[in-house]
Design a protein around this ligand. Structure first.
Ligand code: FES
Length: 156
């Protein structure tokens, strides 16, 4: 009777030890995962996604059309016979809104008269003095299906 009792007690003790070990491993594993996600650069915790912008034919040649990214930021999409380019409409100088001036074939920032050529390169005003060009926005054009996408970072 004593042996059986000791045997059950020993099995319970062994099972309790195993369960405690599994619990500790799960806890430390979770802690290690949380620590790594905190320490890793945020760029590693993001992935690229393509968001649908529209069919190619929705963008007239030699024109600029504004669109919005997932965060509501304006992106200026320019189409020429050579293809597409896209830029943030946020001025790299102090963040005012840049607009396309078709008659001058340039981007213009009214806050401090910043001027950018059609490729987004600053050519006069404070952005030119500081060598600040427009921020490019990555586009993907699916030539086969004739669809334009904006590439954005999204959290994992
Ligand atoms: S904010 Fe655009 S030129 Fe200053």
């Amino acid at each position: 009777m004593t042996d059986t009792h000791n045997g059950k007690s020993s099995r319970r003790s062994w099972l309790a030890s195993v369960l405690m070990g599994v619990g500790l491993l799960a806890s430390y594993g979770t802690l290690a995962g949380q620590t790594l996600s905190f320490l890793l650069p945020t760029g590693l915790a993001k992935r690229k996604r393509r968001i649908f912008v529209g069919p190619v034919e929705a963008f007239p040649t030699d024109a600029v059309r504004p669109i919005r990214d997932l965060e509501g930021n304006e992106v200026l999409v320019k189409r020429t016979k050579d293809g597409f380019q896209a830029f943030s409409s946020t001025c790299p100088h102090l963040g005012c809104k840049v607009r396309w001036e078709a008659d001058e074939t340039r981007f213009f920032c009214p806050c401090h008269n910043g001027v950018f050529n059609a490729d987004g390169v600053a050519i006069s005003g404070p952005p030119a003095d500081a060598g600040q060009s427009l921020y490019p926005a990555p586009l993907f054009v699916d030539d086969k299906n004739q669809v334009v996408y904006l590439e954005v970072d999204v959290p994992r």
